[in-house]
Design a protein around this ligand. Sequence first.
Ligand SMILES: C[S@@+](CC[C@H](N)C(=O)[O-])C[C@H]1O[C@@H](n2cnc3c(N)ncnc32)[C@H](O)[C@@H]1O
Length: 421
Amino acid sequence: MENSNVRLVALDAICWVVLEKKSLSAFVYPDQNSSLTKSLVFGTIRFYHQLNDIVTDLLKHSLKKEDLDIHCLILLGAYQILHSNIAAHASIFETVDVANTIDKPWAKGLVNAILRQIDRDKGKLLSEKHASHPTWLVKKIKQYYPQDFEQIFKQNNTQAPMTIRVHPDFQLDKYQQQLSECGITTQKIKIAPQALVLDQATSVFNLPEFESGACYVQDGSAQLSATLLDPQNHEYILDACSAPGGKTTHLCELAPKASIVAIDSDEYRLERVQENLQRFNISSVKVIQGQAQQYDWWDGELFDKILLDAPCSATGVIRRHPDIKLLRKPKDIAALVTLQQQILENLWTMLKPGGTLLYATCSILKTENEQQITRFLESHEDAKETKIDLDWGIKTSVGIQQLPIHNFDGFYYAKLQKAVE
Ligand SMILES: C[S@@+](CC[C@H](N)C(=O)[O-])C[C@H]1O[C@@H](n2cnc3c(N)ncnc32)[C@H](O)[C@@H]1O
């Protein structure tokens, strides 16, 4: 891809998030292989709040609504100068050139002047601490984690590693060797026995036998879900909120003869579950579209175990989805907390006496985690917590909370057991 085209596509993706408020995962890149484009987009979105403060300050007057793409173009240039290892003169030259391509040659002088100023002030601008998170989230994270907030901001502004879960049939050591023969070096994680962390991210198509189900791309924290639920053959298990099927396929690996029902409310995401089941050659899972807070999809048979990987703010996976910082609003959190509560209430009635429900989120907000489960336990006499004995994360008053660090995304788990009547 030509350099100017790289930046043009990057600009499109940045406008998609910043101006149209759409999720980056829904943006279709014309060239799937352009890692430079993606790194420019992810970097600019990752540091959006910092870059936007700097650029807004230098612009003095905001641009007209129809020219906000130029504002985004300056953000893209500012990212390259402040946070990438692309030479400043090339960053400025290539970025200014995009103004021509989008038929706004009048903006070239403006883009050039601001980017040169940023380059001159680089040392000073970088010495000023900036969390690069929205104000409401900075406040929440500081309130919840007075000791750890700086580390959380820092982690959230880095790129998470690529981790895979290796199918037991392929044997971890053997597969690690196979990868290494393809030039892909990896590390094991003690706490997640099927996990390999890649030293350098790569396309899944470079992973040997990926299409035959050798592995699944899944973070180390997420890989604990199935292990913690401890599925057994012949149990009747519900994977509520299952798409795209990362944990469903894992449950099947651990208990191939369990009867598993996988539901999700999103029909398009359910297609991904079907694709993943196919790739793993699994035909025994019953896949149903349904709202987990409703009954209409349920056949009335009580479940032995339930995995509730609840819809959440995803504030634990900002490293992977930096657009969350732009798209999530405080009112979304309140709505999610209500939905999680409704789902929990409903699924609890579908669990056998003596059964286990594992509640999981990829959130670091206490309202969705510890506080949600505390309230549930207080209002359900037949629910009690089973302590999770893992050398991992922070033991909270109820459940266990991991913050985003190195090989782990931010994640929360609580294991609940229903009393035998
Ligand atoms: C964290 S993701 C699940 C990831 C999945 N468990 C995995 O490991 O691949 C949450 C899922 O909840 C689904 N969801 C959201 N609201 C729901 C609802 N009311 N009922 C069922 N599923 C819902 C979303 O479509 C999304 O696929």
